[in-house]
Design a binder for this molecule. Structure first.
Ligand code: NDP
Length: 249
């Protein structure tokens, strides 16, 4: 993140941005922050109550009206992603940004103890689902003047660690997908693709992964939003294929 970056108050005005896992944690903060900066946000997730709460918060703040798209990434098939693309095309006519944020932690076990079912589940939700969703949405993103795709990685997606199992492997896959997509889409369609490692952040997932830790030792999701805004805004038009850390240690 450039040190002098300050998000303009309306830096995302007119943009349509889809956020997965928008009901809680980092995805919720990103959806609210994007809306606050002028974007129309499509809130995608599996728990409708949570999505509705974010929708209401955006409405109460007077930001551009959001949209809710309930979807469970575990069971969704290619046809469901095609339906998603058709709905966005019909309702909004274009798509400028895609934040892949939803993920599951899976079992905190060694690979030696990881069941194939849990491996499949984690790889599907964290890697295959974003692949399918991206494929379905690419034509619309390519049609936008300068679309941005952000994939969410992790520290264990850059250096493997014991007990992070399929989750770590899925995040390495995420980095791989980011690099391949970046190399394919930027020159061809002016769609930039980058990844963010949020770093330790106060969310349900972090509390589950580190039950012994004091949650207050980690920043709230709001604190890491500057990077999320930077990569969605036109300040980052030339940035492609890069791995970012939201927290500089
Ligand atoms: P949370 O678990 O707090 O939130 C994840 C969101 O994704 C939730 O809204 C959840 O829905 C949604 N989601 C999970 N599975 C599905 C599914 N199958 N279909 C649809 N939606 C789903 O996680 P964080 O906010 O902590 O994490 C966000 C991203 O950041 C993840 O990619 C994570 O791997 C990454 N990350 C987080 C770190 C941290 O310290 N928090 C550190 C490094 C990386 P619901 O609310 O219904 O559960």
């Amino acid at each position: 993140l450039p040190q002098d970056f300050i998000a303009g108050p309306q830096c995302l005005q007119g943009k349509i941005i889809l956020v997965t896992g928008a009901g809680d944690g980092i995805g919720r903060a990103a959806a609210l922050s994007y809306a606050q900066h002028g974007a129309t946000v499509i809130l995608l997730g599996r728990t409708i109550d949570k999505l509705e709460a974010v929708y209401d918060e955006i409405e109460a703040a007077g930001h551009p009206q959001a949209a809710i798209y309930p979807m469970h990434l575990r069971g969704a098939a290619m046809k469901d992603y095609q339906d998603l693309a058709n709905t966005i095309e019909r309702e909004f006519g274009h798509l400028d940004g895609l934040l892949h944020n939803a993920s599951i932690l899976g079992e905190r076990r060694t690979l030696a103890q990881t069941t194939v079912d849990s491996w499949d589940d984690v790889l599907h939700v964290n890697l295959t689902a974003p692949f399918m969703m991206t494929q379905a949405l690419l034509p619309m993103l390519a049609a936008a003047a300068n679309a941005s795709i952000i994939l969410t990685s992790s520290g264990v997606g850059r250096k493997g660690r014991a007990f992070w199992g399929a989750y770590a492997v899925s995040k390495f896959g995420t980095e791989g997908m980011m690099q391949v997509l970046a190399d394919e889409e930027f020159d061809l369609n002016n769609t930039r693709v980058n990844s963010i490692n949020p770093g330790a952040t106060q969310t349900v997932m972090r509390r589950t992964a580190y039950p012994g830790e004091n949650p207050q030792d980690n920043p709230l999701p709001d604190a890491i939003m500057p990077l999320y805004l930077y990569l969605m805004s036109e300040d980052s038009l030339a940035v492609n294929g890069q791995q970012f850390d939201a927290q500089v240690k």
